[in-house]
Design a protein around this ligand. Structure first.
Ligand code: GLN
Length: 242
């Protein structure tokens, strides 16, 4: 078995070590004897996305998101939208998450028309939402770091990736965090998120492996350091009693 990962816009979207998510997915596949190739797709390059099994998009500030608009209009935006609709597995972080939605209105009033691959939109505010946070998902409790001005609101048919335990998540108001639509996983969690949340990582890998090979389960790994890292961040967020 082998997964072909495409890292979209590594040249502009890579905040707080988001690239570490790609390394983690590759390692967790290799530890199980599953092959993995990583192809970087920067601004100005276009390839048929159907040749990949998993796409990764990292985070970026408003400025970097603005830089991508022309490149998305060159046809790549339509490729991404079609790949999501086709059930390709995606992991999108923060700025990359916002990009999958319909639009982003910055706190200075600029309006970016984004992909509309997922029915969601984002509106910025002057006060940023910053800090370590935790949320509950079907893959267990996820911990990470958020830093965004944008408040994201989900439309019909898009479910949240999780429910906020501590922190702000999508918008600081409705208790939701991230988004899930078909095999597209989105979160505000930087860090990078996957090394200390192995359950989430395996859930994402499994969605790609089951789409490609009908694979129903992954061989468990020891995950001692991963669990320690996860638990120590969780304790620092919720305190020793929880
Ligand atoms: N530009 C976005 C915001 O501030 C995304 C930031 C990020 O990717 N950390 O809302």
């Amino acid at each position: 078995m082998e997964l072909r990962i495409c890292h979209l816009y590594p040249d502009v979207l890579n905040l707080y070590g988001d690239r570490g998510n790609v390394l983690t997915m590759k390692k967790r596949l290799e530890w199980r004897g599953i092959g993995c190739t990583v192809t970087e797709l920067p601004i100005g390059e276009r390839q048929p996305l159907s040749k990949f099994d998993l796409l990764f998009v990292g985070g970026g500030q408003d400025f970097e998101q603005g830089l991508l608009l022309d490149d998305l209009r060159s046809g790549k935006g339509e490729d991404i939208k079609a790949a999501v609709a086709d059930g390709l597995t995606f992991l999108c972080i923060c700025g990359g998450y916002q990009l999958m939605g319909r639009y982003y209105e910055t706190h200075t009033g600029e309006k970016f028309s984004f992909l509309g691959a997922l029915d969601l939109y984002t509106v910025g505010a002057a006060e940023r939402m910053i800090g370590n946070f935790a949320f509950e998902t079907e893959f267990g409790t996820v911990v990470g770091f958020e830093n965004h001005s944008g408040r994201t609101y989900l439309g019909e048919g898009v479910r949240p990736l999780g429910k906020v335990i501590r922190g702000c998540g999508n918008n600081g108001a409705d208790g939701t965090e991230g988004a899930r639509y078909l095999n597209c996983f989105c979160t505000y969690s930087h860090g990078p998120v996957l090394p200390k949340n192995p359950g989430l990582c395996d859930g994402i890998l499994l969605s790609a492996l089951s789409r490609k090979y009908g694979c129903a389960a992954l061989e468990p790994l020891g995950d001692m350091s991963e669990r320690e890292a996860h638990d120590s961040v969780l304790r620092s967020i919720t305190g020793p009693g929880e």
